[in-house]
Write a protein that binds this ligand. Structure first.
Ligand SMILES: [Zn+2]
Length: 105
């Protein structure tokens, strides 16, 4: 019984990860026409990820603001700068700065 439950949870996790992926894709596609919808997708993706404990991929992590959860598009609503071996993403909505280390050579 317990084993069955665990398998089910794992399956749900896969589905959740897939849905998160789709939400990111859709957010990207819809951003030009309705950025609010993209933000909404990010909130849904976050809720989904938390519920099923799905980790965002590193590519996904840099596509939304960790504070206000708006979908970030460089040059539109976020500023990207490279500084001392770090990439800095500044959300123009809440001014939150995300720093990402540039990968090891
Ligand atoms: Zn923000």
């Amino acid at each position: 019984m317990i084993k069955h439950k665990r398998n089910l949870a794992l399956e749900n996790k896969d589905i959740a990860a897939e849905r998160v992926k789709i939400l990111f894709e859709q957010a990207k596609l819809r951003f030009k026409k309705s950025p609010e919808l993209s933000d909404r997708y990010m909130q849904l993706a976050r809720r989904m990820a938390m519920k099923f404990r799905v980790k965002f991929t590193s590519a996904q992590k840099r596509q939304f603001c960790k504070r206000c959860f708006s979908f970030l598009v460089p040059g539109v609503n976020c500023r990207v700068r490279v500084y001392r071996g770090m990439i800095r993403y500044v959300c123009l909505k809440c001014e939150n700065v995300a720093r990402i280390k540039i990968g090891k050579r």
